[in-house]
Design a protein around this ligand. Structure first.
Ligand SMILES: NC(=O)c1ccc[n+]([C@@H]2O[C@H](COP(=O)([O-])OP(=O)(O)OC[C@H]3O[C@@H](n4cnc5c(N)ncnc54)[C@H](OP(=O)(O)O)[C@@H]3O)[C@@H](O)[C@H]2O)c1
Length: 289
């Protein structure tokens, strides 16, 4: 049976990955920074720990779901962000190569500067504007350098089982009659379930490389919030604010790309697999939660 080692298994994507496979299909080695029931402790920033576990388990596939995902905190924690977002995937890639495993890494739309006007493809040059984006890009480079059999999936605006934008908006709607949401940043909300399904599909192939992996369609954060409220029957008002106004209200927030719509171009060029439209994925998520 195929053995898959998952890092950051308690995060949104980590949880979705475990659900994306049938129980008798694979053996999982679930790992996260903190040990728990059925979860082995693995800090991906420690090369010795990573090598020891990977050499002992000899997985066929490593799926790296661990990351420092707090975009604002990364600005103040460059060292930690580099350790988790760049050194971590480097360590896992070195270990994957040592046992000839496939290395699956997840990256972000924030590797792009965001001043484009047409969706970014995998052939466009990244140029991140934040610590998060920069450290994630360095992680991608290490994966390409050290893991022979690698997949890099760039996703965006991820929500699943965990702390995320959808839940934050629903929580705010319990207390407030109005919420202020940025309306001039464009991207595509993507459910962790849809991403996990796509990873499961491509992971079983030899179709290696970098893939944009977002749901289909695009929106802005304010319109996304309106759709969340519409689908859940909330009458909370969404005040559309610009990034500039938001930055004045929240001076500690990191700079984010204005336009970060990704085109799943490599997926379209190399396979018949298509990801769901973001509206459908959001409806499914809200129905299930
Ligand atoms: N969330 C988004 O909107 C978004 C957008 C684009 C791309 N992505 C990418 O998608 C991937 C999955 O994101 P996600 O939202 O599922 O992340 P998440 O929910 O924040 O989960 C990340 C997991 O990694 C763990 N972790 C942190 N440091 C670690 C370390 N040193 N060693 C091992 N595990 C560690 C975290 O543990 P603790 O919670 O205990 O720290 C957490 O369980 C990431 O690569 C992320 O960069 C996410």
């Amino acid at each position: 049976m195929k053995k898959i080692l998952v890092t950051g298994c308690n995060g949104q994507l980590g949880r979705a990955i475990r659900k994306a496979y049938k129980q008798d299909e694979v053996t999982f080695v679930n790992t996260d920074v903190v040990e728990g029931e059925g979860v082995v402790a693995l800090d991906i920033t420690r090369i010795e720990s990573v090598m020891e576990l990977v050499l002992a388990e000899k997985p066929d596939v490593i799926i790296n779901c661990a990351a420092h995902t707090n975009v604002d905190a990364c600005e103040k924690e460059w060292d930690l962000a580099y350790q988790i977002n760049a050194i971590g995937p480097r360590n896992l890639s070195i270990a994957a190569n040592a046992v000839d495993a496939k290395m699956i890494h997840v990256s972000t739309d924030y590797v792009f500067e965001g001043n484009g006007t047409v969706p970014y493809t995998e052939f466009d040059e990244p140029n991140p504007v934040s610590a998060y984006g920069k450290t994630k890009l360095e992680g991608e480079k290490f994966v390409k350098e050290f893991a022979k059999k690698h997949f890099i999936f760039r996703t965006a605006w991820l929500y699943g089982d965990g702390k995320n934008f959808v839940k934050t908006m629903l929580r705010l709607s319990e207390t407030y009659e109005q919420v202020n949401v940025v309306c001039d940043q464009l991207g595509t909300p993507t459910s962790a379930k849809e991403l996990a399904k796509m990873i499961r599909y491509l992971e079983s192939t030899e179709n290696y490389g970098t893939f944009h992996a977002t749901c289909e369609g695009d929106t802005n954060w304010a319109a996304f919030t309106e759709e969340i409220f519409r689908l859940t029957g909330k009458d909370t008002k969404v005040n559309h604010v610009t990034s500039e106004q938001y930055a004045q209200m929240n001076p500690a927030s990191a700079k984010r790309p204005v336009f970060s719509i990704l085109d799943n171009y490599m997926l379209k060029l190399t396979s018949d697999y298509r990801m769901a439209d973001w509206h459908d994925a959001l409806k499914e998520y809200l129905d299930e939660n």
